[in-house]
Design a protein around this ligand. Structure first.
Ligand code: ATP
Ligand code: MG
Length: 429
């Protein structure tokens, strides 16, 4: 058969898909879909929500060739269903039969203890959903449950972002906690960076993280990455931020001092801003300093949510090369610890990393770098936290003062040139 050689569903890509939503005890509603293969599980649940507004639908079923019901609860299972359905359509086409719509059977609500549409554990024995009695499959649940589900959805989605509106493109990188994707936000036409972190945590903790992230809306500084919103889907949180086309500093080698100086000014301003909001960054390092071709430098991944930090820490135990000695030895963390990480971050592009805990603080060789630069880094990396510069001292340091001239063209040109070099090394696409 020729179509097999053309790919999975050659004729289906542009074909209209009709989904027949069967309503328990009262017929069906046909829904015409123009982009069948791209359809997401949540899209189907949303439409079912319109057809059955009184019900809280968490999944639906379809029938296989033997008439057995198969449950769909995720995008993966959706794909399997569509793949099965399109294969039956092929058969009907080949045999010259009428194309049957895809029949689905909404499953309203869930037995106690099962996961809801957000994949969250809902405690049915205590708390606000207590009055919602367990409802068996296919019966309509009470309005109260519908209401609590709507409230839940609001709480668990910060901002205007949601999974359906996002089209994931390239992977920008992996960290210890998750993966960052370049993505397209359909309604606004914006390019985003979306960090997706897998977290198997309770609903309570998810809510706590969401409320802790609220402060990101108040962060308004050109030295801090823009925050667009966050949401939970199943066991993962997606955090949507501004995309920086130059990426993070860790991929740049040997940054000349006059460029590094301007970057340091922006980082010090970003940190000073966070500290003014009583936020400690807690993860100052080159991969959390982002640059763009417009010459902007912005900080990301700062610890606004204690709960998020703790939840990620459970899956990742360890230290990194940028942590202050007092942090490695488990002592109290403060602004001074951020200052240490700032100093060591700017040493790394110079490839002078040394052992930091047991030996004396590293010193940069004079002659190769300017005296103010060496002094700045040495001060930030004093072993005794209190001896490191305070925020206002950082801003007044001669190295920072020297480069605090608002000249973003220097950084812009350097980013553009580095990207150009990278592209030419990679060769034509
Ligand atoms: P860790 O998990 O320890 O913080 P990390 O910072 O390297 O390590 P991620 O925060 O997951 O890991 O980021 C992965 C990579 O994605 C970064 O190194 C950076 O290159 C890229 N990245 C992150 N945020 C953005 C953004 N807003 N714009 C462009 N690239 C980004
Ligand atoms: Mg990071």
């Amino acid at each position: 058969m020729l179509w097999l050689a053309l790919g999975p569903f050659p004729a289906m890509e542009n074909q209209v898909l009709v989904i027949r939503i069967k309503i328990p005890n009262s017929g069906a509603v046909d829904w015409t879909v123009h982009s069948g293969p791209q359809l997401l599980f949540r899209d189907v649940l949303d439409v079912i929500g319109q057809v059955l507004p009184e019900a809280t639908t968490t999944a639906f079923e379809y029938e296989d060739e033997d008439g057995d019901r198969i449950t769909v609860r995720s995008d993966e299972e959706m794909k399997a269903m569509l793949s099965y359905y399109y294969s039956t359509v092929m058969e009907q086409q080949v045999n010259g039969q009428l194309i049957e719509p895809l029949q689905i059977f909404p499953r309203a609500c869930k037995p106690p203890g099962e996961r809801n549409i957000h994949g969250l554990k809902v405690n049915t024995r205590a708390g606000p959903s207590q009055h919602a009695s367990p409802v068996v499959s296919d019966s309509l649940p009470s309005n109260s449950l519908k209401k609590s589900s709507a409230e839940l959805r609001k709480i668990l989605a910060n901002g205007q972002m949601n999974e359906q509106d996002i089209r994931y493109r390239d992977t920008l990188g992996h960290g210890n906690g998750g993966t960052v994707y370049k993505a397209y936000h359909v309604p606004s036409g914006k390019i985003l960076a979306v960090k997706v972190i897998l977290l198997d945590i309770t609903l309570e903790l998810q809510k706590q993280i969401m409320s802790e992230l609220e402060i990101l809306y108040k962060c308004d500084s050109s030295y801090i990455i823009g925050f667009y919103g966050a949401f939970f889907v199943e066991n993962r949180i997606s955090i949507c931020t501004e995309f920086m086309d130059g990426g993070s500093l860790d991929v740049y080698r040997k940054i000349p001092e006059h460029v590094l100086g301007r970057i340091a000014v922006a980082v010090v301003k970003g940190l000073t801003y966070l500290w003014s909001l009583k936020i400690l960054h807690r993860d100052v390092k080159p991969s959390n300093m982002l640059v763009n071709t417009g010459g902007q430098v912005k900080l990301c991944d700062f610890g606004v949510s204690t709960q998020l930090v703790n939840s990620i820490a459970k899956t990742y135990v360890g230290t990194n090369a940028y942590m202050a000695p007092e942090r490695i030895s488990g002592e109290q963390y403060g602004i001074h610890s951020d200052v240490w990480s700032l100093g060591i971050s700017f040493m790394e592009p110079l490839q002078l990393l040394q052992c930091i805990v047991d030996e004396d603080s590293p010193v940069l060789p004079l002659g190769e770098f300017s005296e103010p630069f060496v002094h700045f880094i040495t001060q930030c990396m004093r072993k005794q936290p209190r001896e490191r510069p305070a925020p206002e001292e950082l801003m007044g340091h001669p190295f920072i003062v020297q480069f605090n001239d608002g000249n973003s063209t220097v950084v812009s040109m350097w980013v553009c040139r580095a990207l150009e070099e990278r592209r030419s090394q990679q060769g034509p696409p």
